[in-house]
Design a binder for this molecule. Structure first.
Ligand code: E4P
Length: 217
């Protein structure tokens, strides 16, 4: 499973990259705003900084909601760096734009996906990634992981090449459950990745090894 980090914070991206386990980054307009990155040029510059920090795919989201606008914006984003993946909303024009970009060799990530039907459309449009938001479904008492399972089943039926990018991951158990189901990618906060490290027996064992070493030296 690929690990993406879901943030526009350069320090956190650098920290995950430094661990050697990072495969890419996802951002969205809210994450950019959280870092105080506003204005078109600043946002474009920030995407370039992110691409320079990591080796893998960097999703950059369009804010247009009509086909022509998405096409123009997506082309500008894709021209920034060869690691850019154009992130498009799951609306009719977003599907059309996804088909346009996938037919022209530009990677895409269809975002704001909350149903199996939407995931079928994203795959039919040739999306590189489909982003079902599991945390936001959990927030409204709907099983987000069940959606990942449904999409996995459907994509396997037809050997769709679109990668399932489990998004809106909120914690470490989401990461493990997505891996069990067979999500291709997960994107979450740094804390959801660092949580995988934790086990009390590791800490107790290491403490004992170091204490025993000191006794003999
Ligand atoms: C996906 O690409 C989104 O950026 C993200 O995962 C949304 O997560 P949230 O629901 O925690 O805001």
């Amino acid at each position: 499973m690929k690990f993406f980090i879901d943030t526009a914070n350069l320090d956190q991206i650098a920290e995950a990259q430094d661990m050697g386990i990072l495969d890419g980054v996802t951002t969205n307009p809210s994450l950019m705003a959280k870092e105080g990155i506003t204005g078109e040029q600043n946002i474009l510059d920030h995407y370039k900084k992110i691409c320079d920090l990591v080796d893998g795919d960097v999703s950059a989201e369009v804010i247009s909601t009509d086909f022509e606008g998405m096409k123009k914006e997506g082309e500008r984003l894709a021209a920034l760096h060869d690691q850019i993946v154009v992130k498009l909303p799951m609306i009719k024009d977003g599907v059309k734009a996804c088909k346009y970009f996938s037919s022209n060799g530009v990677k895409t990530n269809v975002t704001l996906v909350f149903s199996a039907g939407q995931a079928i459309l994203a795959a039919k449009a040739g999306a590189t990634y489909v982003s079902p938001f599991i945390g936001r479904l959990d927030d409204i008492s709907t099983d987000g992981l069940n959606l990942i399972q449904e999409i996995r089943h459907i994509y396997n039926n037809y050997a769709f090449q679109t990668e399932i990018l489990a998004a809106s991951v909120r914690h470490t158990m989401h990461v493990i459950d997505c891996a069990k189901i067979g999500a291709d990618v997960m994107t979450g906060p740094l804390s959801s990745i660092e949580g995988l490290l934790k086990h009390p027996l590791t800490d107790i064992g290491l403490e004992k090894f170091l204490a025993d070493y000191k006794k003999g030296n």
